[in-house]
Design a protein around this ligand. Structure first.
Ligand SMILES: [Zn+2]
Length: 375
């Protein structure tokens, strides 16, 4: 033990000397030393746990604020060295001279260190512990939800949203709606439609403004096709998604499709331009009614093309002619529709309720050549 003590003391002296030099040279506070900390951290030898330890004790003795230690740990974690970051955060979490907010902040960081290490159970425990400190409770709960999402543990996620809703009712309820829909989706894919319908109803009650329960039910349930198709009229902002997704799977004959679509369009739902845009995604939607929509959309966006095709009624279109028309339409409409995240700008051809880039829920907006501008 004496040799350990000697090494530690020597390391402490070196660190204190370095710190003294920094402070003396610059006069900057400990919170503004990131550049210097980088130098310090890069200069550390490989087996330097003792030096970190010594540094922390020196910092404690000098009663410096914890910011510098947080910064040092952040540097280690960003360099992939979560062990050293964890060592620093654990020592901060038990430092009696720090106030509760700094200790709770250290608790959150411990969770992030474990998450960085792939130890998700321990990370969840650390976040759960931090949730006891009221001012950081919401942040801790959201990070816990992040782990549930990573593990696709939707049941646990639903449970955590009850606590989120106590801090932030809107966030808690809208997230719960999505997690219930995730559960419903799993049920529907496994053929459990009755259970799925229950979950969609529960989700819709939880957050009535969210279109997802209705859209998912239209796309994934075993309801009659006419009813599923009519969901497009109640949620025109998702009409392309519903029409294209549903018709690709329905296996309708062109006549049956024509009947359903003309009924839907006659209801005055203003779906014409949505239907034209959906045609770009789903060629199977081509029938007399949809060709008429295409025709009028084309007439508005590109009259020259429309007049070129005005020679015969849509009912006379051969499939080759319709294919040509679709090609022209794509040119006129500027390519296929895409979904863009309203928060981070990530673009994708496929729709997703959760952005793969930023993790935001319900942020995808359709950029459709023929969709009317949203208010
Ligand atoms: Zn995003």
């Amino acid at each position: 033990m004496p040799s350990d003590l000697t090494v530690t003391l020597a390391a402490a002296l070196i660190v204190v000397a370095i710190l003294g030099y920094w402070f003396g040279r610059s006069g900057e506070g400990p919170g503004r030393l990131s550049g210097r900390f980088r130098e310090f951290a890069e200069g550390l030898p490989r087996r330097s746990e003792k030096a970190v330890d010594a540094y922390l004790r020196a910092a404690e003795k000098e009663q410096s604020g914890p910011d510098a230690a947080f910064e040092l740990a952040a540097y280690f974690r960003s360099a992939g060295d979560w062990r050293r970051a964890l060592q620093i955060h654990e020592s901060l979490a038990v430092r009696a001279d720090l106030d509760a907010s700094d200790r709770a902040r250290a608790g959150l960081e411990i969770g992030d260190d474990y998450r960085c290490a792939g130890m998700l159970d321990r990370a969840a425990d650390a976040y759960a512990g931090t949730a006891g400190y009221a001012p950081l409770r919401l942040v801790a709960l959201r990070r816990r939800l992040g782990i549930c999402e990573q593990l696709q543990d939707w049941e646990q996620a639903v449970r955590v949203t009850a606590q989120v809703a106590r801090e932030d009712p809107e966030a808690g309820r809208s997230l719960r709606c999505h997690y219930l829909c995730q559960l419903a989706e799993n049920q529907a894919q496994a053929g459990g439609f009755r259970q799925a319908r229950k979950l969609w109803r529960r989700a819709a009650r939880e957050w009535p403004a969210c279109p997802r329960p209705a859209v998912d039910r239209a796309l994934l349930s075993d309801d009659p096709f006419g009813r599923r198709l009519s969901a497009a009229a109640s949620h025109p902002e998702f009409a392309e998604l519903i029409l294209a997704g549903l018709v690709e799977k329905s296996g309708w004959t062109p006549d049956a499709l024509d009947r359903e679509l003309s009924m839907l369009l006659r209801d005055g739902s203003g779906l014409g331009s949505h239907l034209a845009a959906a045609l770009l995604m789903a060629p199977a939607l081509l029938c007399r009614s949809s060709a008429q929509c295409l025709f009028s959309a084309l007439h508005e966006s590109c009259p020259a093309y429309a007049s070129a095709y005005a020679a015969g009624p849509p009912s006379a279109f051969t499939s080759q002619r319709l294919n040509e028309l679709r090609g022209e339409l794509r040119k006129a409409g500027g390519g296929l529709p895409r979904w863009r995240c309203a928060d981070c700008g990530h673009e994708d051809e496929a729709h997703a309720w959760r952005c793969v880039e930023c993790g935001g829920w319900e942020t995808a907006r359709l950029i459709s050549p023929f969709a009317p501008p949203t208010a």
